[in-house]
Design a protein around this ligand. Sequence first.
Ligand code: BTN
Length: 284
Amino acid sequence: MCDTWTCSFTVSRVLKLTVDFPVNSDMLRQLPLERVVTHERVDSTNSEALRLLRQGQICPFLVLASQQTEGRGRRGRRWESPPGAGLYYSLTLEVPWGMQNIAALSPITALSVCSALEKLGVNKLELKWPNDVLGDARKLSGILLESLKIEDCLFIVIGVGVNLNLPGATKCVIGQPVTDVKELLGSDFDVDRLAAGITAQLLANISCFGENGFSEFVADWNDRDAYLGKQVRVRLNGSVIQGEVQGVNALGELKLRTESGDQVIRMGEIMPSVRLIASDEVMR
Ligand code: BTN
């Protein structure tokens, strides 16, 4: 096993894409990043990353915070971010010319977060398309991707929130079942190790995606898909589609078997919310 960062980007394409290295908090300093910006408190690490981009910060760079006062979730929701209770993380990259299907970075990020958590001992994680990580059928991590075009360059901010040790009062105000690492693992771990592990895995996976597209990730996603073979309802701008999840295709899109035939739900144009349907529930 390699013990330096530069040779540790060992990507196994045979079984699963995993980054083979000992993860420790020093790694954060050894990552191939232009800058790591840390804040005790910030409105949102994604907002801070977008501000830094506009000020001309060179990519790739990482923004971390111990607390967010206005953490942002998908579809305009708030992401509860009390001090020291979660990983609040935004990795910013320039998207290379010619990189197709940027929407697939959403499931690729979820897979990367999953692998990094597993390396630290958090097991039995599942995924909910397009990019939620679940532990014990409850939300452990959420991902918010935002893009910014400056002149001819396209940048992407990959925002990741992982619940580490949420206060009970916070869990109560979140409108869905949530869990945290403390609950799943029975102990805390160093947030910097998690940030380093996610970054290493993300950079390796994005590089593989740039070369080979999403097809290499399909099996891994489907293995971890919490809803594979189950009936769900997908909300798309104003309408609702019901069907059985058939996994993802080679573009990272959701395949649904509906009464009116097979449908593909694309990322980017739509903001779906996938919800399991109880067997006695009728379609509203
Ligand atoms: C979701 O709704 O599931 C996405 C949540 C994303 C939260 C993270 S926390 C770090 C980054 N900064 C933000 O304001 N949001 C993302």
